[in-house]
Design a protein around this ligand. Sequence first.
Ligand code: IFM
Length: 445
Amino acid sequence: MREPVPQDFGSDFLWGTSTAAYQIEGAINEDGRGPSIWDVFCEQPGKILNGHTGAVACDHYHRYREDIALMKELGQDVYRFSVAWPRIFPTGKGKLNSAGIDFYQRLVDETLANGIEPWLCFYHWDLPQALQELGGWTNRDTTGWYTDYVIAVAEKLGDRVGHFVMLNEPMVSSYLGHFLGLHAPGMKSKEAFLSAVHHLNLAAGQGLTALRTQGGDWQLGTIVNMGLAPQIEGADLEAAKLHDEILFWPFLDPLLLGHYPESVDPLIASYVRAGDFQLIQHPVDFLGVNYYFPERVVADSQAAFGFREVPPPDKVPKTAMGWEIRPASFTDTLMAIKDRYLKLPPLYISENGAAFVDTVESDGSINDHERTEYIQKHLSAVAEARNAGVDIRGYFVWSLLDNFEWAYGYDPRFGLVHVDYATQQRTPKASFRWYQQFVRAAKES
Ligand code: IFM
């Protein structure tokens, strides 16, 4: 795979970074914010590495101006952030907390004042705990509370925000949160997982349909994560197909085809009601794809769904999280999405990036060449997919800042900007400088 050159993307391509509320904001008890499922999960012993929590995180709630100044310095066009639902509705529903909205008003205004377009994601996993106590995503009513929340946010911010994202990675919140128990709310049940899948899909469709009736001139879309298994010798292709049907395609098939994959259909049917697919299949203006690594799987007749995820072989390159580095699978995944759907909206790579062990040198610099190389190679993969006809219009690095990496706490560092958690000092890494130059050159091309 050759190195990407800025001309591969053209001057219209959008360059950005992504973050998520719980991973960077901190200030969990300020200005009337209610508890989220992640606050509660973090308090449970043994759930998060080193007992870390998002209570302070990057203190972005107070330092957002400094962080937006960094984005401006980086030269990015777009910034995807998420709104913390429990800041807007502390108990998930009912009376709106205006102090919570005020924070996002300031954030959006500052972003725009710096010439950056805000992309607002409604849900990046931090469900209000009060709704969890009513069943969370296993309760169909959550789709209605989500819709009320979405409308309330759009009413307050929709005059300045042009792009809204309904959900980020519903596969992770349903599977890791409801089946594997590795994420909040920490459930381990097949039924909880399947109901969460359907209710997340329904919430996105219902929320999107409601937004369309508001008359705003908005671009509406949603984000999935995908990383199809490498189609290489020795791979268990049958198991991979099953895995993808259970975990990846259930979020795109209903949206773009109006039904679940064949193997999911009988499992999930009891949660589906008449009219659901009409809501879920509502046309989107764009689709975000997050890619990190290809999922390797083998058949396992003892496993709940007949497959098991396995670690990559020793000899393949990996990130600090043990994730396989395989840019070719990124191209393959994008091609597979294109091939599966006749009518596909424009795609954005809404997350891509890697954790590596960063060393702060004695002069304060962080020469994270592995991260730069990872991004370069994955941009090549994007360029290759574009050349093969996939309509990809932008790329967002995950992430602007080092941040709270969920069950792994603060150990993995994904940022273009290093965060010293003791002092909250931000230091751009070498990858930040590389991305800055690349984006500048791409815009001039
Ligand atoms: O940090 C996460 C993010 O919240 C969602 N996508 C993957 C990232 C890295 O694990």
